[in-house]
Design a binder for this molecule. Structure first.
Ligand code: ADP
Ligand code: MG
Ligand code: MG
Length: 249
């Protein structure tokens, strides 16, 4: 599903990712953990194709296709979903219209028919109800004035409607309360299936109490220094990054 090969990324001429390699097969949930400043958010922004994140060498392949030169919208349309620590606010666009545009773009890209307005509304209302996203929230400008929990619920709603092939969730450093964590985890768990992959980026292992990863990677100094099964997350929590990374070095 996702192959990152010897990726080097600079931000404002500063090398941040220094040879990051990572493969996430279809159907698997991989977690990236790492100390502050390791390059976790840089990895998610690079996957998103955000401006200013310059790939100086290496490759990103998604479903076998080279991704580095694709604009962000095309990445999304091809089935990559990214959720950031701080979701963007879009003052002029209601959540509902944002979702409709995203769903349509994805349908076009997959060569499927766009849902009709009625079909879309039905799909939206069903998903929104499960996530406790109110009609009022759907009619408000995207994320503007939303509380942290509302933003998260809205994000999981987006993920649920878009049914991405790969969802990248950067939960780093964010002060998510336990309810928001559970919500994200339930959203992920409900969508787990053999055709879909997740990359869960997190500083603490707390989120992984709810989302059981197949593989845990430790990112430090701009590259993956160690990978293991879910017990690696527990080991990090117990022993700290220095001890575990020290063993890897
Ligand atoms: P993490 O998410 O793992 O905490 P980041 O990817 O946010 O780490 O940051 C990795 C490193 O890149 C840090 O040393 C940070 O200071 C640096 N960095 C991040 N963004 C920028 C930027 N826009 N300009 C310069 N340095 C940056
Ligand atoms: Mg950070
Ligand atoms: Mg971060």
């Amino acid at each position: 599903m996702l192959e990152i090969e010897d990726l080097h990324v600079s931000v404002q001429d500063k090398n941040i990712l220094k040879g990051l390699s990572l493969t996430v097969p279809a159907g698997e949930v991989h977690a990236i953990m790492g100390p502050n400043g390791a390059g976790k958010s840089t990895t998610s922004y690079t996957l998103a194709g955000r401006e200013g994140y310059e790939v100086t060498s290496g490759a990103i392949r998604f479903k076998g296709e080279d991704f580095v030169d694709l604009p962000p919208e095309e990445r999304a349309a091809k089935g990559m979903f990214l959720a950031f620590q701080s979701p963007i606010e879009i003052p002029g666009v209601t959540s509902m219209n944002f979702l409709k545009t995203a769903v349509n773009a994805q349908a076009r890209s997959r060569g499927e028919k766009e849902p009709t307005a009625v079909e879309f509304l039905k799909m939206l209302r069903e998903a929104a109800k499960k996530l406790n996203v109110t009609e009022d929230m759907l009619r408000r400008p995207l994320n503007v004035g939303f509380s942290g929990g509302e933003k998260k619920r809205n994000e999981v709603l987006q993920m649920t409607l878009l049914k991405p092939s790969l969802a990248v969730l950067d939960e780093t450093d964010s002060g998510l309360d336990i309810d928001a964590l559970r919500l994200v985890a339930e959203g992920v768990n409900a969508l787990r299936c053999p055709e879909r992959s997740f990359l869960v980026i997190t500083h603490y292992q707390r989120l992984l109490d709810y989302i059981e990863p197949d593989v845990v990677h430790i990112l430090a100094g701009g590259r993956i220094v160690k990978s293991g099964d879910k017990t690696l997350a527990r080991q990090l929590e117990d022993q700290g990054y220095d001890a575990v990374i020290g063993q890897a070095a």
